[in-house]
Design a protein around this ligand. Sequence first.
Ligand SMILES: NC(=O)c1ccc[n+]([C@@H]2O[C@H](COP(=O)([O-])OP(=O)(O)OC[C@H]3O[C@@H](n4cnc5c(N)ncnc54)[C@H](O)[C@@H]3O)[C@@H](O)[C@H]2O)c1
Ligand SMILES: CC(C)[C@@H](O)CC[C@@H](C)[C@H]1CC[C@H]2[C@@H]3[C@H](O)C=C4C[C@@H](O)CC[C@]4(C)[C@H]3CC[C@]12C
Length: 369
Amino acid sequence: MADSAQAQKLVYLVTGGCGFLGEHVVRMLLQQEPRLRELRIFDLHLGPWLEELKTGPVQVTAIQGDVTQAHEVAAAVAGAHVVIHTAGLVDVFGKASPETIHEVNVQGTKNVIEACVQTGTQFLVYTSSMEVVGPNIKGHPFYRGNEDTPYEAVHRHPYPSSKARAEQLVLEANGRKVRGGLPLVTCALRPTGIYGEGHQIMRDIYYQGLRLGGRLFRAIPASVEHGRVYVGNVAWMHVLVARELQQRPALMGGQVYFCYDKSPYKSYEDFNMEFLGPCGLRLVGTRPLLPYWLLMLLAALNALLQWLLRPLLLYAPLLNPYTLAMANTTFTVSTNKAQRHFGYEPLFSWEESRTRTIRWMQAMDSSAQ
Ligand SMILES: NC(=O)c1ccc[n+]([C@@H]2O[C@H](COP(=O)([O-])OP(=O)(O)OC[C@H]3O[C@@H](n4cnc5c(N)ncnc54)[C@H](O)[C@@H]3O)[C@@H](O)[C@H]2O)c1
Ligand SMILES: CC(C)[C@@H](O)CC[C@@H](C)[C@H]1CC[C@H]2[C@@H]3[C@H](O)C=C4C[C@@H](O)CC[C@]4(C)[C@H]3CC[C@]12C
């Protein structure tokens, strides 16, 4: 909570503050940012849990709004010192149209940038994604790369394309004069696959395993490493970068930082079993049970079914051509740029991250009984 020795004078705005990552960012700010006077939470869907936050010393303002509506964004941003922009449509399952994904992720980000410029907010942190880099459409591996590793970032899918364009807009906006004449200072954080309390995909995979009698069937070789990072550490990096951006604008302005911690390098499926195993699930097979060409055929059939059924219902399984290609392509990061630039160290160890996630899943499991 706030330290009396440090004046509580800053106003922060978190867009997407009721999402999986956003909620952790909101709670981390209230715990770790002593200069906070007001915390504004802007989201299309406000959570009931926000009410419990309004009893503390920091003024918590919940704002129901849409980032695609420029006037709503401008009203929320006006008077804020720092904006942390996490709001986005995270869809690789074909649930939303490409146009909607672009409208939210790109136009929404444009609206946030223009709101900062028009109202005089000087600091903007954008939640980007590993997918801005890859895996690319050619399936090139990115093995323990960093922010400077050369890689052919080529995207066709609406989601990574929208994140790449939004990140580019944020970085290009660095240095623009905001109202009052001061420069806008921006940076972008690129989480790899985030896990932890509230991760909807992990929840979906767990219930899929329950439906299959407690079993999951290996589809991806164990040798394919996929970067993962604990949500609490991603939230901590957002809080720290927002603070240090104010102190070191020349160094950090216009920069990108991968989000990382000590989570082990494993395949997507093996990593998930760190949490699903203690909840009673079993991963069948030491190597993929089906040949890759058959998986590709099944993924293509899922995509065809989704298209055929769309007028009647939303069919959006985990397996589609894009998710299969992603899961089957090594993408891991090994970097210390955030540590070098603003002293980032993970707040949660791998053991703590794993324990917290397991506890969340077991609590979910008991409520599902
Ligand atoms: N989950 C991951 O593994 C991961 C990895 C890297 C980056 N990211 C990025 O982190 C951010 C948060 O992702 P998440 O996993 O928490 O997703 P999420 O869907 O749980 O949260 C997104 C939040 O944004 C809100 N939102 C969506 N459209 C909006 C709109 N038009 N106006 C206002 N609010 C809107 C949603 O209501 C939701 O609360 C996204 O920008 C995503 O691209 C996520
Ligand atoms: C059905 C099997 C092939 C199964 O293994 C599919 C897993 C698949 C659903 C996930 C594999 C990799 C995930 C993505 C990755 O963790 C990074 C992401 C970036 C982030 O910005 C949004 C989420 C995601 C695209 C994440 C989505 C699920 C996977 C594709």
